[in-house]
Design a protein around this ligand. Structure first.
Ligand SMILES: N[C@@H](CCC(=O)N[C@@H](CS)C(=O)NCC(=O)O)C(=O)O
Length: 373
């Protein structure tokens, strides 16, 4: 009872990031400085052991529950241009596309999604407690989140790294020049842990200004309460795309590895498979030259691999074997959201980022879908 009440209160207090005043959004600048790398697994922001117990309890099959409900509850950011932006209830972005892809695959309707905006701090509790079915919120796959947090990370949909943003007229050319800086950093993120490690390795100090969402970053950065802002480089690009407080600059430093992708609850194997293969399908379609405009009429010719991907191989059971309702699921995904290149061009190119590692393995990137057979 106590646990349920605590979860309910925590959720109610924190899930509406948009509504939080900036006073509440700025926390003591002391707290982040005290974490050590050993604290990472147990970081307060990353859910308690009780949360894990709730997650691994008898939830039943999420896949079945989603199919029974006819709607997918997708935990997203809601404030992150390029990934998940909530504009009056209209959602767009790479993360949003994957919510839509999963809904298209298992429910036959990419619009059958209920989006739940989550802050960095509340996101894992929301997944653990069953408030959302899947978490697709620019989340980094890390060992502690995979293990002790009781989550499963499906596949990396966006390879990122942490960066640093400063005012254009700031003298710093790299993070090494930033001794003693006041740095805006979001609580509940890998970012605050990496920041400490990176500065310690450089042998310089900093003062964290802890904030809970992008609105608070904007306020603190534009007022000069922070000299710099650190987060995933995609988050910095997203911030820079809409920031109107003056000229800003992103330093060259890549401070960490941030593999971002969807997470499901541990022990939820069939749903995990479905979410994972929806992401793989977007890589695979690109590899086959299949996109949203040609998928409905694509001629597989003599290519059995393509025929199978499109659900056209005689007697195939690979799709239903994974948990999909039929063999044409991948066609619905690509019709709804396109292949990865289309998803990238639609969402990420407008915020000014290059593909980097987010390309097929055949083009020097890390996207390598396992064989669909
Ligand atoms: N990838 C990192 C950082 C994720 C994160 O929450 N980033 C911030 C900065 S891009 C964010 O989403 N802020 C928007 C918000 O919380 O409303 C993680 O998983 O911890």
């Amino acid at each position: 009872m106590v646990l349920l009440l605590a979860l309910a209160l925590f959720g109610a207090a924190c899930t509406s990031g948009d509504d939080e005043g900036s006073d509440d959004a700025t926390e003591s600048s002391d707290s982040g400085d005290e974490a050590t790398p050993d604290d990472e697994a147990a970081a307060a922001d990353e859910g308690s052991e009780e949360d894990v117990a709730a997650a691994t309890g008898a939830e039943g099959s999420t896949l079945q529950a989603v199919q029974d409900a006819g709607v997918l509850r997708c935990g997203v950011n809601g404030q992150l241009n390029g990934f998940s932006l909530n504009e009056g209830g209209e959602y767009s972005g790479l993360d949003v596309d994957y919510c839509r892809g999963v809904a298209a695959a298992i429910l036959g309707d990419p619009d059958a999604v209920e989006y739940v905006d989550l802050t960095a701090e509340t996101r894992f509790t929301a997944l653990q407690s069953g408030e959302v079915d899947v978490l697709i919120r620019n989340g980094t796959w890390s060992a502690a989140r995979d293990g002790e947090l009781g989550l499963d990370w499906t596949v990396t949909a966006y390879y990122d790294g942490q960066g640093m943003l400063v005012n254009d007229d700031d003298p710093a050319q790299s993070v090494a020049d930033m001794d003693g800086y006041l740095i805006c950093v979001q609580t509940g993120t890998t970012t605050e842990l990496n920041l400490e490690t990176y500065f310690a390795n450089l042998g310089i100090s900093y003062e964290p200004v802890n904030v809970v969402d992008e609105a608070a970053v904007t306020e603190n950065f534009s007022s000069g309460a922070c000299d710099a802002y650190t987060t995933d480089r995609s988050g910095l690009a997203s911030f820079a795309a809409t920031y109107t407080g003056g000229e800003i600059r992103i330093l060259e430093d890549v401070m960490s590895k941030e593999p971002l992708g969807p997470a499901t609850r541990e022990g939820d194997e069939d749903f995990f498979d479905v979410v994972q293969w929806v992401v793989f399908a977007t890589f695979q379609a690109e590899e086959f030259g299949i996109d949203s405009t040609n998928v409905a009429s694509f001629d597989a010719g003599d290519n059995a691999d393509i025929a199978r991907f499109l659900g056209q191989e005689e007697g195939q059971t690979v799709g239903t074997g994974l948990g999909f309702p039929d063999e044409e699921w991948a066609v619905r995904v690509i019709e709804a959201i396109g292949n990865y290149q289309e998803i990238f061009d639609r969402n990420i190119v407008p915020i000014g980022l290059d593909e980097g590692l987010n390309q097929l393995w055949t083009e020097g990137g890390l996207h390598y879908p396992p064989p669909y057979r």
